[in-house]
Design a protein. Sequence first.
Length: 324
Amino acid sequence: MSFHAIEQATARLNRSELAVPGSQPQMFEKAAASDVDVIFLDLEDAVAPDEKEQARKNIIQALNEIDWGRKAMSVRINGLDTHYMYRDVVDVVEQAGERLDLIMIPKVGTASDVYAVDMLVTQIEDAKGYEKRIGFEHIIETALGMQNVHEIAAASKRNESLHFGVADYAASTRARTTNIGGVNRDYSVLTDPSDDGDREVHWGDMWHYAVARMVVAARANGLRPIDGPFGDFKDADGYRAAAMRAAVLGCEGKWAIHPSQIALANDVMSPSEAEVAKAKRILEAMADAEAQGKGAVSLDGRLIDYASIRQAQVLVEKSKQISG
Ligand code: GLV
Ligand code: MG
């Protein structure tokens, strides 16, 4: 290990994160009754300019009056380049800061963006005498944000998670796709002809580099990496596959832009019973090995060593967190 210790952000279950437009208060009760881990009430891209003010009022009222249970509550503020953002922070934190756990900052570009919001939130919390500190979730969804992802991840003690905002990221990088998440037929490999002349098209994952890069920045700073939206909410298999790819790379949650995606995210992002059972067997086998003075042994015909202990511990810890 490096001498540099990584401080872990506040531990929070974040397998699923539901986006709920602040301008649609009729959706709030259903969201509160769902099985989602985190809800973000949106003031940004799901809300039209004329509705921003009313959406802010709806969110303040809902945070104060609805029973959200043990869910972590977040508000996605408008971008720092808009004139809505300061009022989003001031009004929501002043008037509903007690129930607010997180602020989601969209299109974050630099560490100084984080600093600016941190300063504002700190002043409000101090003035109001709040004891709890509100955490930050950052959406990495621009070329600038991705370029500076490491500095952003390290920019504030409030930071808890990084989210891959695939739709805006595609727009910012001018990627040739209009899907929200998912795969693209044009991002594929055409194999060389086989002996009988057949060629196959192997679809690739055009988001692999971006998600992997964000995961590294998040984990190197003790934050949760979370995969963003998958637009085609009728395609449960496509959603599941996207969530699985993200989970395999290290993400611990995925957005739900429709309530039907919550159960899929919770399922994919929870380790299965078989995985947890195997992790426990690895820990037992390594404990036995250590007692015999060995640092590596074989289990089911495969080598395991001290790195296996750390991998297994991650899974066992996660399952404990889920069972509460
Ligand atoms: C989310 O905000 C996205 O742009 O995908
Ligand atoms: Mg976006």
